[in-house]
Design a protein around this ligand. Structure first.
Ligand code: SAM
Length: 281
């Protein structure tokens, strides 16, 4: 909005020197933040949950792109006054919560709202994976959101979308692919941030499948995937020994060749393994 000052002035006026411990790398280019907001699809009649608004570059973009409502959770209390100015420019549209996204109870914050919910965030790099895992592992599925549009370090983004046989294929790829459709949309160069991080970033969009693609118990799946990738170069008959049940028996009942390695297994095969593990006496 016209009456809001440029983000660089906001940062100076509120003394928002970036803190490394909070993963603070700010985006000041509204063209870029609007592109990220648009990557989430239509925001009309949508409640957007934004994690880590900081000085509010992406927050402004979400509102400019027509978000019905934005709920933003920020841990750094220095940013709250700057965010309050955005809230005043968009009356009734922006709710700011001071808190930690890792412990946020989203259902409580979103209340009874029947509108579509999308999560859009330029995540603090140090807790990005932990937050993603939190959003992918609720006991009840489908989850509270219709999509997650998130910025990660490129290397993490590549792990999220990796397919069997690719070098980045691992625990995160299996979890994401089991419950969502994950797409890598575009890169964001380090120079786009203030201050610039060490590595390139990328935007990923995850859209939950109404039901996971293949039947499996979440905790059994997490255990077998962790054991298999814990020693990713070893054959499964070796790496699965850490599960404490006879590995060869498990593999046989899942119909898998014991000499295979974790990185070759499809999500469907990991689910078969999880079912065999869960039903092992
Ligand atoms: N959205 C802003 C942008 O795009 O310019 C800032 C993004 S910056 C990478 C990450 C933001 O997350 C910072 O403002 C930081 O203070 C905030 N943050 C860090 N840890 C957090 C946590 N546990 N919960 C909520 N916000 C957090």
């Amino acid at each position: 909005m016209n009456e809001l000052p440029p983000l660089r002035d906001v940062i100076d006026a509120h003394g928002l020197r970036a803190k490394k411990a909070l993963g603070q790398n700010f985006l000041l280019d509204l063209n870029l933040t609007r592109k990220i907001a648009r990557a989430a699809g239509s925001l009309e009649a949508t409640t957007v949950l934004e994690v880590g608004p900081g000085p509010g570059g992406l927050t402004r973009a979400l509102l400019m792109e027509g978000a019905g409502r934005v709920i933003a959770i920020e841990k750094d209390e220095r940013c709250l006054a700057a965010l309050e100015e955005i809230s005043q420019a968009y009356p009734g549209k922006l709710e700011i919560i001071e808190g930690d996204a890792l412990t946020l109870n989203e259902a409580e914050v979103l209340g009874e709202s029947q509108s579509s919910v999308k999560v859009v965030a330029n995540l603090p790099y140090n807790i990005g994976t932990a937050l993603l895992v939190k959003w992918l592992t609720p006991q009840v599925w489908p989850p509270f959101y219709d999509s997650l549009t998130l910025m990660f370090q490129k290397e993490v983004a590549e792990r999220i979308v990796a397919q069997p046989g690719e070098k980045n294929y691992g625990r995160l790829s299996v979890l994401c692919g089991w419950r969502t459709k994950a797409e890598l949309l575009f890169d964001v160069p380090r120079q786009a941030f203030t201050p610039p991080p060490k590595v390139t970033s990328a935007i990923v969009r995850l859209t939950p499948h109404p039901r996971p693609l293949f039947e499996a118990d979440l905790s059994a799946l997490e255990k077998v995937v962790a054991a298999a990738f814990g020693q990713r170069r070893k054959m499964l008959r070796q790496s699965l020994k850490s599960l404490g049940v006879p590995a060869e028996t498990l593999l046989t009942s899942a119909g898998l060749d014991p000499t295979r390695r974790a990185e070759t297994l499809s999500i469907e095969e990991f689910c078969a393994l999880a079912r065999a593990f869960a039903s092992h006496p």
